[in-house]
Structures are given as C-alpha cells and as structure tokens.
Design a protein around this ligand. Sequence first.
Ligand SMILES: *[C@@H]1O[C@H](CO)[C@@H](O)[C@H](O)[C@H]1NC(C)=O
Ligand SMILES: *[C@@H]1O[C@H](CO)[C@@H](O)[C@H](O)[C@H]1NC(C)=O
Ligand SMILES: *[C@@H]1O[C@H](CO)[C@@H](O)[C@H](O)[C@H]1NC(C)=O
Ligand SMILES: *[C@@H]1O[C@H](CO)[C@@H](O)[C@H](O)[C@H]1NC(C)=O
Ligand SMILES: [Zn+2]
Length: 961
Amino acid sequence: MGKGFFIGKTVGIMAIILGSAALATIIALSVVYSQEKAKNNNQVLPTDGGTTSSPPVTPPPSNEPWDRYRLPKSLVPVHYNVTLWPRLTEDATTKLYIFTGESSVEFECTEETDLILIHSNKLNYTKLDNVHLARLTSVNSEVKAPSIKNSWLQNVTQYLVLQLDVKLIKDHKYHLETKFQGELANDLGGFYRSEYMEDGIKKVVATTQMQPTDARKAFPCFDEPAMKSVFYITLIHDVGTVALSNGEVKQSSNVTIDGHNVQMTIFEPTKKMSTYLLAFIVSDFDFISNTVDGVLIRIFARKPAIAAKQGDYALNKTGPILKFFEKYYNSSYPLPKSDQIALPDFNAGAMENWGLITYRETALLYDEAFSSNSNKQRIATIIAHELAHMWFGNLVTLRWWNDLWLNEGFASYVEYLGAHEAEPDWNLKDLIVLSDVHRVFAVDALASSHPLSSREEDIQKPAQISELFDAISYSKGASVLRMLSDFLTEDVFREGLMTYLDTFAYGNAVYTDLWNQLQMAVNASRTQLPDTVENIMNTWVLQMGFPVVTINTTSGVVSQEHFLLDPDSEVTAVSPFKYEWIVPIKWMKTRDIQEPQWLRGKSATINEMKASGGDWVLANLNVVGYYRVNYDLGNWNRLVEVLSNNHTLIPVINRAQLVDDAFNLARAKMISTVLALDTTKYLIKETDYMPWESALSNLDFFYLMFDRNEVYGPMQNYLRKQVTPLFEYYKRMTFNWTIVPPGHLDQYNQVNAISLACRTGLEECQNLSQEWFNEWMNSSENQIHPNLRSTVYCNAIAAGGAQEWEFAWSQFEQATIAIEADKLRSALACTKQPWLLNRFLEYTLHPDKIRKQDATSTIVYIANNVVGQSLAWDFVRARWSFIFAEYGGGSFSFSNLINGVTKRFSTEFELQQLKQFKAENNVIGFGSGTLAVEQSIERTVSNIKWITENKENVLNWFNNA
Ligand SMILES: *[C@@H]1O[C@H](CO)[C@@H](O)[C@H](O)[C@H]1NC(C)=O
Ligand SMILES: *[C@@H]1O[C@H](CO)[C@@H](O)[C@H](O)[C@H]1NC(C)=O
Ligand SMILES: *[C@@H]1O[C@H](CO)[C@@H](O)[C@H](O)[C@H]1NC(C)=O
Ligand SMILES: *[C@@H]1O[C@H](CO)[C@@H](O)[C@H](O)[C@H]1NC(C)=O
Ligand SMILES: [Zn+2]
C-alpha cells in the first residue's frame, strides 16, 4: 500500500503555521479495517444445538482449528471462478447497497482432513442444497466427494467452516461452490462503495480494498498471501458502466439475469497471485490511455476530471517509470496492461492491486491550476511506489505479514529512484533523508518502538496485521535498505535483487531469501564486508531503535550506544545484539572524503578520526547510514563555526543532519540545548531547502512546548530575525512574488519562507497573505499560486473571522478537485475562533460534510492549532466509543489520531487526563492505536521533564540571540 497521508507540503506548511511536530500526521498510513467489531464476541458459547448450521458445543477456552487465526496447511487453492454483481442503487426494502456473488474454488488436498476452513467475513450464504452453506464436489469423477456434515460461520476468526463425514484424499482436487450476498457499505474495506456528485446527481462506484485481510469480505477465499492462485473473474454491472479487474477484458456482452438487462464482463484469468492484490471496480468513469512497448497504460477517473486533463500527468509519467523498473529489476513488466484509477473515497494513499492500482484522487490527479509542486511530487512518488510493487510484492510476495516491512520498506526506498527517473531535476533522491530517515528517527528513538521484523507467531489477528502498516515498516524499512544498497554498491544490490525476483517469481519468500541472494551477489563481486549480509542486517532488523555513534576527535575513540530520545525511559525489550549494530561509516575530514570505516562492537579506536587545529570531522555523509552522530565538544564547536563562516563546505544534506542531530541529541541530554540552538544561527545566511526544513521541523517541537508560555515571545523575535533575509531573498528572486522560483526545492523553500515569516508576525508577510485572500473573496477569482495556497489560506483564515471561514468552507464544498479541497480543509483548521473549531470538529463525524477517509486527519489538523488542541482532545475523549465503532476498529489512522491530538501534552494535568482516558476506554480498546496510547504517555512524561530542565536556558538564549 502507498503511504497514507503522506507528508505533502500541505501538511508540512500546516506544521509550520500551527506548530505541529507533523510527525504523526505525516506517517499515517491508513489501512481499512472493520472486522474488529466482532471482537466482543470472543468465545463460542454453548448453544442448545440441533440446527445444522450452528457450531458444536465447545466449552471455552477452545483450541479448535476454527478458533485459530491461521489456516491449516491441508488445502491449497488451484483456481477460483468468481462472479460478482454489485448494485449501485439502494435496495428499496432493506435500504442497503448490496452485492451478490457466486464462487467456486478448486483446491488440492495436501494433507488428509475432514475439515474445510475458508475465510469469509460478513457474507450471507444461500444454502445450495437447502441445508449447507456450500457444495463440495470432486474434480475427478472416480473419487466421490465427502458429504458436508455441518457448516457454519465462525465470525471471530472469519471462517466458513465445513465439517465432512469422511476425509478428503491427499493429492486429490475438489470444487467448493458458494452463493452469497454482502453489503456494499461505505466502509472503505473489501468490496465497498464510494460516492460523489456529478452535475447535481449522486454517483456510486463499487470498488475494493483487499489488503490486508478483506478479500474475504468480497468472496470466500483462502485469504493468506502465500495461498496464491489463478482467478477467473466475471463482473455483472449496469449496461453502459465500466467494469475493471486485474486482467484484461476477455468478453463483454448484454445479458438478461432475473429479468434485469445487464452487462456481463468476463476477464482473462489472472496470473498466479495473492488474494490481497485482487481488485474489482464498477463505475462510469472515463479514461485516457497510451501504449508503451506493448503494455496498455490507462488512467481512469471521474468524467469531469478526465475532461479537465487531470489524468495527463500520471499518464505521461507512468510509461517512463515502468520502463525504469523493468531496467532496474532486469525483468519485463509481467502483465499486458497497467490500469490506474483515482477514487473519491479511498482510505490509504494508494494500493498496488496487480494490474489495477487504486489511488486517492489527490495521489493521482494533477491540475496545473490547483496542484502545488508538492502535490505533483507526491503523485510521481506514489506512482513509482505502486509500480515498484508490481514486481517486489506482487510477482514475488512475502510469505506472511510479519515480513511486511520488507515489502513496504523496499517500495518506499525505490519510489525515490523511480520518481527521479520521471523528474530528474528535482533532487528527489536527497529528500528521503527528510521524509523517511529523519521522520522515523523520531518514532524509533522511543523505548516503545519495535523491531522491523516481527515473529510470524506474533502476527495473527487482522488488527495485529494492520498495526504493522506504520512508520517503522515504511520509513525505517526504506532507510535501512538504502543503507544496504549503499554499502553493497548499487550494482551488487541490483544483482541480488534480480536473482531474487527470478528465483521466486509467482511464489513467496521470506526476508532471509533476499539476504541470501544478495550474499551470492556479494560473493561474486569485489565488495568487501566485515561480515555476511545477514549478520550485518540482523543488527538493523531484529532489534528496535538505532545507534548514536560518538566520535571523539581528540582520542580517536569511536563508540556506539542505543539512541533514546528520553534517556530515562526504560527499555524492557531484550535485544539479541544488546543494542549494538554493525555500522558503516562514511566520513570526511575538513575538505576531504576519507576511506569508509565499519564500527563493530561497543567502541574502537580509529586513529584517522583524530583531528586537531582547525580540522573537523563530519560522519555519515549524505546520511546514508541509519544512525545519528555525536562528537566531542571541540569538534562540535568547529562544525558550528564552519556553518557560520563557510557553510557550503559541508554538503547540504549534512547541514540538515547537523541541525537534526544536534536538536535530538539535546533532547536526549547528550549535548546542551544551547548548542543545538547554536546550529540555527547560521540560517540567517542559508537559502537551501533541506537545512531550513530540518530546522523548522525541529523548531516545531519548541513551538509545541512553548506556544502556551512566556518563551513564545522571545522565540518569535529570534525566528523572525532569522527568516527575514530568506523572505527578502525569495521576494527578489520572484520579482516581488510575481513569478515562481525555477527550482523544485526553491519552490518548497519559498513556502517555508512565507510560512515562517507570517507565523513569526512579519507584517509584510501577513499583509500579503490577507490581500491575496481578500482579492479572491471579492473577485471570486483565485489568483494565488497553487504552491502558496495552503500557507496563504491558513494565514488569512487565522487572521480573519467567521466571514473568511465561511467563504473557505463554501469553496471547500464546491471544490471539484480533491487537491484544492484538501488545502482548504487543512486551512479551515487554522481559525482562532473556538466556536468555529468546535463546529468543524462536529463536521468530521458527518460523512456528507467530511469524507470518512479524511475524518481523523481533520481532527489532527485542528489539534495542531494551539487554540484547537484542547477542543480536539475533549472531542476525541467524549466520542471515543462512537469514533472507534464507526471509523473502523483496527485502522492505522487511530495511532495517527491519538499521537496527533496528544503531541503538545507537556503538563502533569494532561498526563493524568491521558492515563484516565486509557483506563476509561480499556474495555472498548484502542485497536491499532494501542501502541500509540503508550507512546503518547511516554512522550508526555518526557515533555514534562524537558520543559522543566530547559525552559530557563532556552528563554535566556532567545533573549540574548
Ligand atoms: C465459471 O463459472 C461460470 C458460471 O458458473 C461458467 O460459465 C464458467 O465456465 C466458469 N469458468 C471456469 C474457467 O471454470
Ligand atoms: C455469525 O454471524 C451470522 C450472521 O450475523 C450468524 O447468523 C451466525 O450465527 C454467527 N455465527 C456464530 C458462530 O456466532
Ligand atoms: C446478512 O444477514 C444479517 C443477519 O440476518 C443481516 O443483518 C444483514 O443485513 C445481511 N446482509 C446482507 C447484505 O444481506
Ligand atoms: C448493450 O446494450 C447497449 C444499450 O442497449 C448498447 O449500447 C451496447 O452496444 C450493447 N453492448 C453489446 C456488447 O452488445
Ligand atoms: Zn506499498
């Protein structure tokens, strides 16, 4: 799956304006998940028996096969034949949107058994023989199929259970037929419906999101990634609508079924694939297409969006990115077509269904008049991410969800390579440092973090699977794979990758299979490593966290320790490597790049790293290593001096690193907060984006901690002084804001300049924002450049009152492109009027006002606002049980929500409230937000301490600066 509320600039800007640590908002990758509601029905209660479809009396606790979450290994699917008929209008009597279906699966018996377990969730079955929920036949007419003795639905573990009178015979094949009906709900999971208005008419799309465990909500299936099979899909749909699935259309004809004239579209059988990658869509969308080396590429979207050419950018970039990956993997695209479709309601960012990728509209549709450069970047990178999965994930699939990190981490790394191919002038490959490495450092430095790799037996329930779609899997996975590719060299990395894809094509693998292939590539090359790929990587994959490498340039002693943001936090998780890593170190001394070194064990003396006189040492060049670096104070002071006098001697990524490391080392009490603040002094001369962005995201923490107390004023004065030259720089570059800066990163930094200048109260900036916004209100013609809209809207709404808010709300309601609606939605959270914020909070629970997919991020936007913080917290507390039930019990966005509304917490009182919230809702639970509650408590405790220890120093520093 693609990253959810991927950090667009929109979010970044909001962070600057509102003072959010942006963290949780950004890394939210939401997974649709709704089965958890069945949870409270946790035990099989004794029944009075008698009816054939009720389970046998089983006294709890039971360990029957149907009470276990994993399938037994006795049956393996060969192919499925599935026909589905979604109804795009409400049933007159039940008031439900439904779909009906018929499915037959041919499976092979690999171990004798008299029990068939097949996943099924929320489906109602028609009894084909008037008694049982399914019909079993034998494929070989000489072998008689057993009779079904008993059949029922085991709702907790989501099985259709069939008990047989005699055993199935090993190596024989059987057919299981079912006829069923399900709800086409607006719950964003399984086969679901999405709605939108077109020319005043409500339109309905039937679409799917199977990953991770919702294919079983569309039809009965062996719903585990290793149960690969071939799928023959048929969709029945209204005449004139478009039906899509993973394969090409084989045949489409008009037929009459039960008196309805409908269209029946039969698809070519799929390749052998996992259930979670299936997709079925019925819509009246339009499309554009081209063909690249025989592969048909199509972009589907709402008709007006295609007419407005909003699919053109995606279409133009898909071909080159696809070609890039063919080259990178040395493997041709395995399918005849690549469809990509933009859906009005979609929970994650995008989903890599094989041959039919689904997206949020904002992740696929680009419109010059509405989209910022950050929107454009997001589209290029998400397309690259999903296309990368077509091989890595789809062609070769990890055997079980515990290895999800490898799938998502890999795609999150190579998305930068693919997008760079599409937009070679954007410096995209550098940005992984800000968007993934630095971002996930913040999460992975907590004692409540977790290792990349989980044990298979620990990941069983759907909620446990959903919880894995987090920043660790995506961003840490990407970061360590980037490090691996770097120390192996890209050629060796690719060589191993190619043989991995070749060896396991159409099958499944575990992460060590990749290490083995890479090892073979290393052995055949000249790359020298201190140990095997597996042993090196185990230290990064099997233990949580990361090291801080400390270089003492006086003694040459280099040492490592587990980096913890709060040094007092207690690490209870035992690591097999005692929190030591095998660390590759690329470094430079003064102006020269040096021989790379490895650090193994607690410490080592590396004489070359001694420095004296004016020499300085800088390690982790371009931040390819997944670790932080600390130095002796002398070297730190020399680095700060280089920054002040001649900052370009230090590579730009490392300027961003020095700021980020310094602030975080200060949080961990390894250096003083004053030294960290000293690294921001040189910014008065800095014009590059990466160091500024790094400083701003670190200063966000200062805003969170201090925007409610007396440090605020002096801090604002200092930052205004620092940013004014940058504001002037862009004012000159853009000829008084009349043109767009030519460079991609300059466009980003222009936004930073305006956001921070306005935020710190630079009058010229505030007037500019209000003028632009007022012009729009008065002329109803929006002249504000898309790059600047988020920040300008937010500033103007913050400065304004009800009139500005209502205007923006009406624009939000009328917006025809989701990208514009998103900018307005985030800006609406900027108002300083509590009553407007409270009303906006209420709107988040009305799907006709705020789409379900956007509810939690909207609440987090409001919490980012210093005025909205306590309102959002009260709102979430008061409505927890409703939100939990209505917005999906296992969705990842809950961790996002909880982290988002509590990140400013820094008082004893707030800590007590948080603990009370945890205690009061223990019965309802927190689903995939469970870990987030713990993280929030840990973070609040550490914030309280940090403020106590630092407030006075920081206040003095700002006063003197
Ligand atoms: C799939 O099922 C349909 C209807 O039951 C049947 O007509 C078709 O031949 C089947 N296809 C395969 C490949 O078994
Ligand atoms: C599962 O749910 C269905 C429909 O809600 C119900 O008829 C059935 O009895 C349930 N099964 C069990 C074992 O509780
Ligand atoms: C399935 O059966 C349950 C229990 O009878 C009912 O509440 C639900 O509405 C049915 N769903 C559909 C889609 O028919
Ligand atoms: C199906 O019927 C519609 C309307 O009656 C017609 O426009 C369309 O061409 C028909 N499609 C096929 C495949 O016959
Ligand atoms: Zn993905």
